[in-house]
Write a protein that binds this ligand. Structure first.
Ligand code: PAF
Length: 282
């Protein structure tokens, strides 16, 4: 495994490989990341991973400074996965003095995470664009947990003609349903006990949907009822939206729906989602 901190060194090392699968991360790796890496290995042969806590996707009052970091542990995990190339740039390597070009997707800022976190997707799109240019992967792997991020990345790649195939893999969950996230490490034991209500709330909407409910508001209320029963959870938004446009739905139609939410538990903000697959009637 080669660990490279500069763009020049990474490019030189990358030149020795043909098709490459790429998993961009902000580190503090968990099973969700490792499952993306395993899939990249199966599908591409060689695998590159980046670890970079990207400052431009955090708002001024967000958790950039305290975002969990443990490079030594991450590198040990990646070595065990036999990752070929690891890119660990400094902030100055990615954003040198004079840096001034950003990629923005205004439509993404209007809904869900984009509306809740102004500037977030501009930061994500900019760094993903840079990383794809540096790494030049055949395929890049993202988790469904960040559903809107995957949509933004797919649009970025399409709009800017970046020759990388985007793969979105299912969310990996703890046995009690909590979606894996580096931010779970912030939870106190009490908050951690309350957190599985997030997935239970999403499943409540899914059950109503499978029982025939198609009214968007009724499905939203099914989620909210479960969240409200857990005093430590404070919902920020609950959405039942078209899975592609992310526009809120009055009625779930032939595209199915993305049920997504953000909640606060104490000082921690977590997101999760579930896709309601289109139901075909015979
Ligand atoms: O999902 C993440 O960890 C980040 O948003 C990403 C894609 C690595 C960009 O910083």
């Amino acid at each position: 495994m080669q660990v490279l901190a500069t763009i020049d060194a990474f490019r030189q090392a990358r030149a020795a490989y043909g098709p490459l699968g790429f998993v961009p991360t902000m580190g503090y790796l968990h099973q969700g990341h490792l499952s993306l890496i395993a899939r990249a290995r199966r599908e591409c042969g060689a695998v590159a991973v980046s670890i970079f806590v990207n400052p431009t996707q955090f708002g001024p009052r967000e958790d950039f400074e305290r975002y969990p970091r443990d490079l030594e542990r991450d590198l040990a995990l990646l070595a065990r996965e036999q990752v070929d190339l690891v890119f660990v740039p400094s902030r100055e390597e990615i954003y040198p003095e004079g840096f001034g070009t950003y990629v923005s997707i205004p439509a993404a800022d209007e809904v869900l995470e984009g509306a809740a976190r102004p500037g977030h997707f501009r930061g994500v799109a900019t760094v993903v664009c840079k990383l794809l240019n540096i790494v030049q992967p055949t395929r890049a792997y993202f988790g469904q947990k960040d559903a809107q991020q995957s949509i933004v990345v797919r649009q970025l790649v399409r709009d800017l003609n970046i020759p990388t195939q985007i793969v979105v893999a299912p969310t990996v969950r703890e046995p009690d349903g909590l979606a894996m996230s580096s931010r779970n490490s912030y939870l106190t034991p009490e908050e951690r006990q309350a957190a599985p209500a997030i997935y239970r709330a999403l499943c409540a909407a899914e059950q109503r949907y499978l029982a025939g409910e198609r009214d968007g508001e009724a499905l939203r209320q099914a989620v909210i009822a479960v969240l409200d029963a857990e005093p430590l959870l404070r919902p920020e938004y609950v959405s039942v939206a078209d899975p592609l446009s992310l526009r809120e739905l009055e009625q779930v139609g032939s595209h199915g729906a993305l049920v997504s939410l953000a909640v606060r538990i104490g000082a921690v903000r977590l997101i999760d989602n579930l896709l309601l697959e289109p139901v075909t009637t015979a």
